[in-house]
Design a protein around this ligand. Sequence first.
Ligand SMILES: C[S@@+](CC[C@H](N)C(=O)[O-])C[C@H]1O[C@@H](n2cnc3c(N)ncnc32)[C@H](O)[C@@H]1O
Length: 246
Amino acid sequence: MPGQLGRRQPAGVGDQQRGVHPCGHPRHVRSLVHDDWARSFLSDHPDTVVLHLGCGLDARVHRIDPPATVDWYDGDYPAVIELRRRFLPPRCHCTLVGADVTDLTWLDRVPRGRPVLVIAKGLVPYLTEKDVHRLLTGVVDAFPTGQIQIDTVPVWAWRTSKWDPALRKYDARFHCGFDVPAALAAWHPRLEYVDEVPMYDAPILRAKAPARIRRLYRVMNLVPGMKRSTRIVRFRFRETPAWPRP
Ligand SMILES: C[S@@+](CC[C@H](N)C(=O)[O-])C[C@H]1O[C@@H](n2cnc3c(N)ncnc32)[C@H](O)[C@@H]1O
């Protein structure tokens, strides 16, 4: 369905009604960054297995439209996967996995021995640090090589999340935060930190958002802690350890 669902980044209907440019909202910036990183990895590794974790109703597989050599897995809780079945069209080489993604038994259903691309947009803050550790190290142990893309919030945003009105509205709460997400690479000897994009100061936001939105974020970024309050972070791993075991 690339014709209908595969546009690079559709704005939310409400945003379109309010006249917000598709790049004018950080939510869209996060999607654009994840999509661009994913496209680049898939063009270098066309035999990849993609694990799109906490996929929600994101139509990423339709936007990215990977070749048939890529096997794509969309994973979320069973109730969310049921909604995906109702609202999004099926696709060859795309499998829906209804499971708690921190219970790694679902990985048994996934082919091994190929590069893996993990895309987890908006998932990590909702997991505990112990679960994030088990998930990341479990994936690295299961595959020879790969890329892992996640979003993180800092410790202050996690600690104050119980007062965040946007989260309270949905009875949601963050369960972890990282002030230095690059430090997660120390969790596994084969894991390497690559880079990160601060959501509120992403180059694409500065380059493409309308002037009034750019002004708004310039001001917001002056608030201490705001600029780096959500970070989109990329890790890679190879067959050989990035650093020697002690
Ligand atoms: C903020 S939403 C992001 C959805 C989607 N990635 C996006 O960007 O539109 C977080 C998603 O993670 C899912 N999620 C949270 N914890 C999960 C878990 N332990 N196992 C599976 N899915 C989980 C939620 O059901 C939800 O769909």
